[in-house]
Design a protein around this ligand. Sequence first.
Ligand SMILES: CCCCCCCCCCCCCCCC(=O)SCCNC(=O)CCNC(=O)[C@H](O)C(C)(C)COP(=O)(O)OP(=O)(O)OC[C@H]1O[C@@H](n2cnc3c(N)ncnc32)[C@H](O)[C@@H]1OP(=O)(O)O
Length: 258
Amino acid sequence: MIPRSLLFGRGLALSHAFSNQNASTVHQQLSMTAWNLRSSLRNIRTLSLMSLWPFNVKPRDFSLPNASWRPEMSKAYEYYNALCEIEGDEKRRLWRKLPSYNRVLKYTTGGVYLSKIIQSKARLFTRNIKEPGAAFEYVVFMNKQEKRCVCVFQAGHLLEGPPGHVHGGAVATMIDSVMGTLAGYMSGPVMTANLNINYRSPIPLGSVVLLHSALDRVEGRKFFVTCRVTSTDESKLHTEATALFVSVNVGHLFGTRF
Ligand SMILES: CCCCCCCCCCCCCCCC(=O)SCCNC(=O)CCNC(=O)[C@H](O)C(C)(C)COP(=O)(O)OP(=O)(O)OC[C@H]1O[C@@H](n2cnc3c(N)ncnc32)[C@H](O)[C@@H]1OP(=O)(O)O
């Protein structure tokens, strides 16, 4: 909101201008008032940029590069990002970088109201750690036409399981998130009904891996998805997974059907 002091300050200047009866002084005062108003508008614009509004109209995109990214992460990001920028109009582009927010619901159409109703303090599990690089650093590139996506993932030090390696639950979280994002992108809201994971080789903590996810088939509301976690050069297989996602309507989140 605009601070009260700012509004009242300019309001006083305005009333003071019209209390003076002298014509030239009034003219002078009006010029001053116009200047004051212009300056107020400038201030308001500046203040809105300083995030004093109750709603953050431009949410932070957590999938953009930050200082915690290792060169390998940046290199993989640049590779896939370049695929997104291949010439041609946006609709014909095969690859698209997905933005990533800490509350998906809040930034979907009409979702701002739902996000207030459903656990307003809730935040996306993978995006709620403040320190950049400490946990899940990732970015998803979607190829809708080929019904697949690739996620570049850097596992931070808070994700330790076996000493020096990534916790299996953290790997499962990323797999579920990436597969769920693919299924959701293809169909709208989904929930994981079934998830099977085979851990083939441990992922060193701090390393960068790729998650390749593909839509295998669709049967009515059921979306069968696969995922492979590999090293960035794809020479090493870390994990394989299959999952079933079932499309749901918003009512399902409330425990009702409508
Ligand atoms: C808009 C795009 C944006 C994209 C950008 C999004 C970005 C966003 C990023 C975040 C991404 C996070 C992704 C995390 C995703 C979770 O973590 S979800 C949380 C974990 N999952 C849950 O809590 C789900 C709990 N389970 C349920 O709610 C319900 O069981 C389900 C899964 C919704 C299904 O219930 P239902 O709707 O009543 O459906 P139901 O009739 O039981 O089953 C439908 C069909 O599925 C089959 N089925 C159901 N469960 C199973 C099962 N376990 N095994 C085999 N078959 C099954 C049934 O047999 C049935 O088959 P048919 O008879 O039709 O052939």
